[in-house]
Ligand binder design. Structure first.
Ligand SMILES: Nc1ncnc2c1ncn2[C@@H]1O[C@H](COP(=O)(O)OP(=O)(O)OP(=O)(O)O)[C@@H](O)[C@H]1O
Length: 306
């Protein structure tokens, strides 16, 4: 049974009809740690979905399942209305799911064109250099990318420009879905704006974008919907425009479901204990402190409704 929403928690937004990519019931454990438990996620074409959650919530694991790095223990992935398997990174690429990890995997000493086509020129047994340059300029222009010179070594580029090159490179495989792992982490204000602008361009191109972020301002600026993970489970999907940053933080930290989860603990039948969850062992979660949870300060809606 899904938890009763508290008065402060906004109503979960419905998934868009005709999702390009749908995950249902994805679970993944590492030994005794349940990194993901029954996670659902949808992204539509031309939609930016932010994936947020505290450290250890399971964001990276979910992205790795989607990008073929980790096999899921359970659950289904439906892509373009077809249930698919994603057994390897190559399979993800072939399907049209591209991932730009935080480690952008760029070669510092190579220039922008060379980085864009890295690997591809070998497969194609040397693409025409002129064609590569033309394609690079065209792609970067379409993305309104502010790269001073395609002949500049990547070592000379700013963090935002590097992110742009990494994203542009993933687009050469013509993906339908692109996953960005904290694309604005460690960027300054202007560079962040550049990357957020680039994400807008991806949406305009009709891509489904999944963006992991810890920055609520960035999430609010660019996302259509925000999927919250907490302790490896879904903790709501919210409309980015109408949900405040405070409400999102409350869903991330569990503050918005404290009343419900605390009451659930009191009313949970004996023996019906939850499995070990990520974060439980670390003691970082405020409502799982030793000595048991504090009593709720106020219980309004839902108080006594069971
Ligand atoms: N390869 C692994 N082996 C064992 N445990 C793992 C592995 N990868 C992740 N975990 C555990 O799974 C849980 C979820 O981790 P994950 O990295 O997916 O969280 P996250 O939301 O991406 O966190 P962060 O924001 O810190 O990157 C954590 O408890 C983590 O320790």
């Amino acid at each position: 049974m899904s938890p009763t929403p508290t008065p402060t928690a906004p109503a979960p937004a419905a998934a868009k009809d005709g999702a390009l990519l749908s995950l249902r019931g994805i679970s993944k454990s590492f030994g005794a740690v349940a990194a993901l438990t029954g996670v659902d996620l949808d992204v539509a074409a031309g939609e930016v979905v932010a994936l947020v959650g505290d450290n250890g919530a399971g964001k990276s694991t979910l992205v790795k399942v989607l990008s073929g790095v980790h096999p899921a223990d359970a659950g289904t992935v439906t892509f373009q209305s077809r249930e698919v398997a994603v057994p390897s990174p190559a399979a993800a690429q072939q399907l049209g799911i591209a991932t730009v990890f935080q480690d952008l995997a760029l070669c510092e000493n190579l220039n922008v064109i060379e980085n864009l086509f890295l690997g591809r020129e070998l497969r194609a047994l040397r693409l025409d250099e002129v064609a590569m340059e033309v394609r690079s300029r065209e792609l970067l222009r379409q993305l309104s990318a502010k790269i001073p010179s395609v002949e500049a070594p990547v070592a000379a580029l700013s963090g935002g420009q590097r992110q742009t090159v990494a994203i542009a490179r993933s687009l050469l495989g013509d993906p339908k879905v692109i996953i960005l792992d904290e694309p604005t982490a460690a960027l300054g204000v202007a560079q962040t704006a550049e990357v957020l602008n680039l994400i807008e361009r991806l949406r305009e191109r009709g891509l489904g974008v999944i963006m992991i972020s810890h920055n609520m301002a960035d999430v609010k600026a660019v996302a259509d919907r925000v999927a919250v993970l907490r302790l490896g489970r879904n903790n709501g999907v919210f409309d980015a425009e109408t949900t405040s940053a405070e409400e999102l933080v409350a869903a991330i930290t569990g503050a918005s479901d404290n009343v419900v989860s605390r009451r659930s603990k009191r009313t949970r039948p004996a023996g019906d204990e939850p499995a070990t969850e990520p974060g439980d062992e670390s003691g970082v979660e405020s409502d799982s402190a030793p000595g048991g949870p504090a009593e709720p300060i106020a219980m309004t809606k839902g108080d006594g409704d069971e």
